[in-house]
Design a protein around this ligand. Structure first.
Ligand code: SF4
Length: 893
């Protein structure tokens, strides 16, 4: 048995090499099933062929999950003010502090900020403690940042937060509209379904509505490069078109009023930067197609009019009757693995629990009896932005952050950091020991991570699956539901939080969903109120609703088939909405933020994988070449991005994928891996007035050049502090780290400084052998260090980033086996080295291979795949081949 205190490598508890353990991927809302096998004492993570979400397929992130299972950056015991304490002491302390603060300042002086990474059981207990026993609505989840606008749109249209779709609808439609969704990068397995179906049935049409050219364009029959925020005008135009072209088949209420309002937006169609012919083509396709699925995601939700945009989409489906039948409907795709589970339990501040709303006082009384409490919250709590503002204003005295990193992910993140800094009590429970939020914590509680915890999650299609443990928990780490229950018991709620297992929690959650329900709420899983331990362990993924234990439905469930909705009239509501953004002329740039293909959130998991870190090693701001020319910003140079309250230095990437005056930056960097911090500090906390969701998709910024004298890459075996240069990015590479640096030093001075640093940090010593290529005139300095044959470190310095080996560096420790090869590398043409970067991670096809296939006239994605093999495993890079073809076509053109 391994010494638990020195548990650097996870202990494997899934020893059945044949069947392994079935669980779900911890990343996106597709919710793919995975099977974890143990072979030769190593994990092998495969797609679960029986899971309906993915049928055995995984994207590159899921496929490389095994790479991310380690125990670095873990905490083995709770801490109070940095001092290690027992669990008993920590939970007593938190309970006591909460009680004191509540006694002095009232229940609304405390808050929880939770996460779509929690399991439903964790979420349920946290929500129950805050809303049921502390008596405040002050619990909100980071799903507020992701899809709370879609939630509000569903409630307005359907009377309840219901995603009416299944993934199989996607493959049964005639037209798929991607609106504000780069599905190919953000939900790759769903995109793969579309690719496979389009191959089988070429008549299937795909329309992509996105200001950028993204990897999702690969399958697009029509791309509408809309001005950011223009979707409401576009869909209002569609509603009007449906009416004018006799495609109304509407049982919903409110059509006439909505049409009147929609018509007011028609003059704005010229402001959304689309060709009239393209708009007409989209509208005609929508009318012509019998079955239409509109997939929408963050591009719609993260807007100051995100709820109205969601309703504008839903309106078109309701008006045309393209809903309530297989292959048709509006489909909100969630970002996080258990965003839907959080919505089910009520972890958004404006819902009570189990899809019970604050307006339903009779039901709240019944819930109070069910929970055995006389202190249930009767009003909505603060939504995320208001919650952190209240901390800043001193109204909230204690915040408990669970499994999330608001100091990075919230807009105006520097202000969030300042608020946390002055909050009298900050508690963080997380499965990492360090992140930007933990820096502000008075109490840190080590929680179990993926692979250690057990419970349920719900994906974007309402499908509940089990997450199962397959490794022994890291020493001292506890399940979140246990941590919250322990604090609740010590606050005096012993009986109501006396859960012994996660199943106990799940049974109560299932029972609550059936409380006075009788078909009045779609979210009803009371069929599972009595599942045995064996049934819970052997759970197969099922969609809700499931009200009847004698008739569990295992097949996909169609919603609204009979036209019954959950509004007072039982009819769907078409909501009259109007654009408020497209009238303004913006000066400066619109900054759009989003995800990169191979990273997830703040990289706490994906950042551990050299392979995943190689796709997008540094954060880059993408800018149209014409804008770059106008501002005299050369490709790959550093620029200042300046917002109202902050600024950030980042590398610019010329990209024809951007429209003019718009920028794109990925969200995955923070002060844990970048000296410059997180992009969210540039985003002003403007929110949708209904949902409170921040407008991450259109922050307004200016850009100016940031000149530096030297650029460098430093490759080392051990982590270094992030204060070597004002611009410093840390990238995980195979067996080490690469630091991307820029400085005002001359290249020679920086080279000397980095050499000294390697000595100082013990990466090399005086006896280390060196191979170098130095040219003072050309100002490049390249040096590798060895002990015997072991490669220790590499320093690459130049006056210009383009003279550095860049992407290839991730292969530094693996790619060169002897001195001659290393000498060749040091002295080689760096452009050739850059092209050695791996493009298709699964099959190890390089950028050079793709370029030469294109040069030899492989003019389609299929031809490039045939010639190189790229994309023929997980398929995640197929969209990138399409982008590369597009790039070369534009360059040649
Ligand atoms: Fe995981 Fe999403 Fe990829 Fe599926 S599509 S493997 S859930 S990241």
């Amino acid at each position: 048995m391994k010494n638990q205190a020195l548990q650097a490598v996870p202990n494997i508890i899934a020893s059945d090499a044949k069947n392994g353990i079935k669980t779900t991927c911890p990343y996106c809302g597709v919710g793919c099933g995975v099977q974890v096998l143990v072979e030769d004492n190593k994990f092998n993570v495969k797609g679960d062929q029986q899971h309906p979400a993915n049928l055995g397929k995984l994207c590159i992130k899921g496929k490389n999950l095994a790479d991310t299972i380690d125990n670095s950056n873990r905490l083995s015991a709770p801490t109070i003010d940095g001092e290690t304490v027992s669990w008993d002491r920590a939970t007593n302390y938190v309970a006591h502090q909460f009680k004191e603060i509540i006694a002095e300042h009232g229940p609304h002086s405390v808050a929880f900020y939770v996460s779509g990474q929690l399991l439903t059981e964790d979420y349920y207990v946290a929500n129950k403690l805050m809303k049921g026993f502390i008596g405040s609505g002050n619990i909100d989840t980071n799903s507020r940042l992701c899809m709370s606008s879609a939630v509000a749109a569903h409630k307005r249209a359907f009377g309840e937060d219901i995603v009416p779709m299944s993934y199989t609808d996607i493959t049964q439609s005639d037209l798929i509209v991607l609106s504000g969704s780069n599905l190919a990068w953000c939900h790759p397995i769903l995109y793969k379904r579309i690719r496979d179906e389009k191959k089988r049935r070429p008549a299937l049409k795909v329309v992509v509505i996105d200001p950028r050219v993204t990897a999702s364009n690969e399958l697009a029959d029509l791309h509408l490069p809309i001005r950011a925020g223009g979707d409401l005008v576009l869909f209002n135009g569609l509603l009007n078109y449906l009416a004018e072209n006799d495609d109304i088949n509407c049982a919903a209420e409110g059509l006439e009023t909505a049409l009147e309002k929609a018509r007011l937006d028609l003059p704005k169609l010229v402001n959304i930067e689309l060709d009239a012919a393209d708009i007409e083509a989209f509208y005609a396709l929508f009318v012509k197609s019998k079955k239409v699925v509109t997939l929408f995601s963050m591009g719609i939700n993260q807007s100051e009019q995100g709820v109205d945009q969601g309703n504008a989409i839903i309106n078109c489906h309701l008006a045309s009757g393209k809903i309530g039948e297989v292959g048709s409907g509006p489909f909100s795709i969630t970002g996080q693995p258990n965003a839907m589970g959080g919505r089910e339990v009520g972890a958004l501040a404006n819902t009570v629990a189990g899809h019970i709303e604050f307006s339903d006082t009779a039901l709240i009384d019944a819930l109070a009896q069910f929970w055995k409490t006389d202190n249930i919250a009767t009003q909505a709590g603060l939504k995320a932005i208001d919650l952190f503002d209240a901390i800043d204003e001193g109204k909230i005295k204690a915040i408990w952050v669970m499994a999330t990193n608001p100091a990075v992910s919230m807009p105006d993140s520097e202000k969030v950091g300042r608020a946390l800094d002055k909050c009298p009590l900050v508690i963080v429970s997380d499965c990492v020991a360090r992140n930007d939020t933990i820096k502000f914590a008075d109490v840190v509680l080590p929680a179990r991570g993926w692979g250690e915890k057990s419970g349920t999650v719900t994906n974007s299609e309402r499908r509940i699956s089990r997450q199962r443990a397959f490794i022994a928990p890291y020493t001292g780490a506890k399940p979140d539901w246990w941590i919250v229950s322990s604090v609740a018991q010590k606050m005096g709620f012993t009986e109501q939080f006396s859960y012994e297992t996660e199943r106990d929690v799940f049974l109560e959650h299932a029972q609550l969903s059936g409380l006075d329900n009788q078909g009045s709420r779609a979210f009803d899983i009371s069929a599972f109120s009595k599942v045995s331990e064996e049934q819970y362990q052997n759970w197969v993924p099922v969609q809700w609703p499931q009200p009847n234990p004698k008739a569990i439905v295992l097949s996909d469930q169609l919603m609204f088939e009979r036209g019954k909705y959950f509004t007072p009239t039982e009819k769907a509501q078409i909501i009259a909405v109007n654009d408020k953004l497209m009238g303004e002329k913006i000066s400066g740039f619109t900054l759009n933020t989003g995800r990169a293909r191979d990273q997830w959130h703040t990289q706490t998991r994906t950042g551990k994988s050299a392979l995943l870190s190689n796709h997008y090693p540094e954060p880059m701001v993408e800018m149209h070449p014409e804008d770059a020319f106008k501002h005299q910003l050369l490709d790959q140079t550093l620029v200042n991005i300046i917002s109202k309250d902050s600024n950030l230095v980042v590398r610019v990437k010329h990209s024809h994928s951007q429209t003019l005056n718009s920028l794109f930056m990925p969200i995955h960097w923070s002060s844990a891996n970048s000296h410059q911090g997180a992009v969210s500090k540039l985003v002003t906390a403007n929110v949708d007035p209904i949902s409170g969701q921040p407008a991450f998709k259109h922050a307004y910024v200016d850009v100016s050049a940031c000149s530096v004298n030297s650029e460098a890459q430093l490759v080392v075996r051990q982590k270094l502090p992030l204060d070597i240069c004002f611009y410093q990015i840390e990238q995980t590479v195979k067996d080490g780290y690469c630091y991307h640096l820029a400085s005002q030093d001359t290249p020679k001075t920086l080279f000397r400084r980095l050499q000294a640093l390697l000595l100082e940090h013990g990466e090399i010593d005086e006896s280390s052998r060196q191979i170098q290529a130095i040219d003072d005139k050309a100002m490049y300095y390249r040096q590798s260090y060895f002990h015997g044959k072991k490669l220790l470190a590499g320093v690459f310095v130049a006056s210009d980033k383009k003279q550095l080996p860049q992407g290839w560096v991730s292969q530094f420790y693996a790619a060169r086996e002897n001195d001659a090869q290393m000498r060749g590398t040091i002295a080689a043409d760096v452009v050739a080295l850059q092209d050695e970067k791996i493009f298709c991670q699964c099959l190890k096809v390089s950028v050079a291979n793709i370029k030469s296939a294109i040069a030899e006239d492989s003019s389609s994605v299929e031809r490039v795949r045939e010639c190189t093999g790229a994309g023929n495993s997980c398929g995640s890079c197929i969209g990138d081949i399409s982008l590369m073809l597009d790039h070369y076509a534009k360059r040649v053109g």
